[in-house]
Design a protein. Structure first.
Length: 65
């Protein structure tokens, strides 16, 4: 196997191309109902598959669980 010397500009270009070409579509898997909100905590019913440190999307934006 022959190694090629690659410049930082070329590596940056390749990375940028791959990042911009990544599939960023999101599939809605579950919906829930907000029961209460207070002190930065939202109590939500119906999200059975949500685990700690997952992102949860509310109509006002994304939040970390």
């Amino acid at each position: 196997m022959r190694l090629q010397k690659t410049g930082t500009a070329e590596v940056s270009s390749i990375l940028e191309e791959r990042i911009l070409g990544a599939d960023t579509s999101v599939d809605l898997e579950e919906t829930g109902r907000v029961l209460s909100i207070g002190d930065g905590i939202a109590r939500v019913h119906g999200l059975r598959n949500v685990q700690a440190e997952e992102m949860v999307e509310f109509s006002s934006g994304l939040k970390v669980n």
